[in-house]
Ligand binder design. Structure first.
Ligand SMILES: [Zn+2]
Length: 125
């Protein structure tokens, strides 16, 4: 499921207005080559960066359960991955608009994820 996050942390880490990402099941992702390093805002969310260019690649967190949140700008198909949901719109810069179908003031409750991911798979997957 694709997302745009407008939180202040994402604004600072991307040096931009929001971050773009896509959730994948962890078992479908294999990390090869250089081992990523933890960086960015150190907290419950573990942000992994390329050890060479220090670009933000993906995020893992206990709250994400078996999912890994990959920066969709790192994928070849970024243009085909518009954000399906947007999060932290309470922190959104006032001049930003994204084509997300669902907007959340903070993050969606975890209970919403199965429904959202099902809808994403049906309509966008
Ligand atoms: Zn964020």
């Amino acid at each position: 499921m694709t997302m745009a996050c407008h939180c202040k942390g994402c604004q600072r880490m991307t040096a931009s207005a929001f971050s773009l990402s896509a959730l994948f099941p962890q078992e479908s992702v294999e990390i090869e080559g250089l081992q990523p390093v933890i960086g960015g805002l150190h907290g419950e969310l573990r942000h992994h960066f390329c050890p060479h260019c220090l670009s933000w690649i993906f995020t893992r967190a206990d709250m994400l359960g078996p999912l890994i949140n990959i920066r969709s700008t790192m994928l070849e198909s970024t243009a085909e991955l518009p954000p399906f949901i947007e999060t932290c719109v309470s922190e959104k810069l006032p001049w930003v608009t994204v084509p997300a179908r669902h907007s959340y003031a903070q993050f969606p409750p975890m209970d919403d994820f199965p429904k959202l991911m099902g809808e994403f798979a049906e309509t966008c997957g």
